[in-house]
Design a protein around this ligand. Sequence first.
Ligand code: ATP
Ligand code: MG
Length: 409
Amino acid sequence: MAKNHLIGLLLSTEEDWPSAFEALIREFSPTISYGGEDHTFSTERITYEPFDLRAVPRHSIVIERLSHWYSLPREWLKKIALMNDVYLLNNPFTFQAMEKHAAYCALLRLGLKVPETWMIPHRLPPEDERFPETSRRYNLPFDLREVAEKIGYPLFMKPFDGGAWVGVTKVSNPEELMARYAESGPRLMHLQKAVDFDVFARSLSIGAETMVVRFEPDRPMFDRYQVSHGFLEPQIGAEVVTIGRLVNAYFRWEFNSCETLVADSEVFPIDYANASPDLAITSLHYYFPWAIRTLAKWCIFCTVTGRRMRLHQDVARYNELADRPDLSYEEKLAGYRGLTEEYFETERYEEFCAEYLPEIDEAMVRFISSPAFDAILVETVIATFPPHEHERFIAHYRGLLGAWVMDQS
Ligand SMILES: Nc1ncnc2c1ncn2[C@@H]1O[C@H](COP(=O)(O)OP(=O)(O)OP(=O)(O)O)[C@@H](O)[C@H]1O
Ligand SMILES: [Mg+2]
C-alpha cells in the first residue's frame, strides 16, 4: 500500500496560487518509489477550530500563510511541530526574527553590506502607566536631526518590523525628517541610508532553489517584476542568490523573498524577512509557474525523504566564519554558501528531482497551457482589477504566461 503525504495549506484570502498548486499536485499526481515504499501526495486546506493538544495531525507538511497575524493557527503549528514532527514552511518558532530589525542585525554580524541603519525611539511611546516614570529616569533626550546628519541624506524612514511598504518614506532634508517622524506616531522606526542603485534584484527562495528577478519598485504592482534574463553579471547574480539562501538557512526559513540593491557592482541587502512572500499571479506572472512547481518539488522532496525540520537556529557556525579576520568578504560568502547548501541538502535535492521528478516541468507546462489554469487566471484578474480593466489585464497576463510556455520548449 502506498504511503500518502497530505500537504496542508494554511491560508487566508488568497485563491490563485493555492488553486494552481492543488491542480498541479492533482494532475501531476506522482507515485514515487523510495526507501522501499510507494509515496503519493494530496492537498487539503486547513480549517480553524478547537483542537485537542493530544490530537495527531494527518499532515506530513504544512505551507502556512497567515500565522504571522492569526494566533490560533500559529499555536496549532507550534503544537504539530513540537509534538508531531510535521514539516512547516515556515516554522513559527523563527518568527521573532521575522522582522527587518533582527534580520539586519544578523546580516551585519555576518559582514554583509547592510546600508547604515539606526533605530530611533517611538514618536509616541507605548501606552503603559509605568512609561512616564521609566522615561523620566532612563530615556535620554536626543536630536533626530543629528542622527540623520550622521547617516546622510537621502535616507529611508521605515518600520522596524514592516511589510507591504506601509509607513516607508524617503526623506531628503531635516524638514521632511521631522514631518515624517511626527507622522510615525506609535510605530518604532529605522532610519536607513538610501542606496542609489543601478539594479533592484528581488529573489524568491523556496527550499534549495532561488529565482532572482529584476524589480522596478516605482511601477504599479502588476509591472514590478520584469521579465529579463541575464541582467546581472554572473558573479553578482551568484552573490544575490547566496545572500537570499544565507538569510533563509540562518533563520531556518524555507520560503522567503529577499531584496537586494546593486550599485557599482556591490550588493546591498535591504529587506529579507518576508514570512509570507508574495506569490500572486498578478505580481509574479511569468515567474508564477516556477514558484508553484518549486513549491511542489520541495514539498515532495521533504516528505518522501523524511527531511526533518530544524526547530532552532545554529547561528554559531555562521558567526565562526563571520568572525574570522583572515577571510575576505568573498571568502566568507563562499563559506556561507557551503553552509546553506549543507542546510538545504542542495545536491541531494537536485539528484532527487532528476531521478524522481523528471516529468514535473512538462506537467507544469501542460497545466499552464490548460483551460483549467486559464480559468484561475481570469478569476484572479476579475477579483483584482476594476471591470473596465479586465480585458486588458487578461490579455496582459495570458501574454506573459504564454511567453513562459514558449520559453520552456
Ligand atoms: N536603503 C534603501 N535604499 C534605497 N531604497 C530603499 C531603501 N530602503 C527601502 N527602499 C525602497 O523602499 C521600498 C520599501 O522598503 P522596504 O522593502 O524596506 O519595506 P517593505 O515594507 O518591506 O516593502 P515591501 O513589502 O514592498 O517589500 C523598497 O522596495 C525600496 O524601493
Ligand atoms: Mg521590501
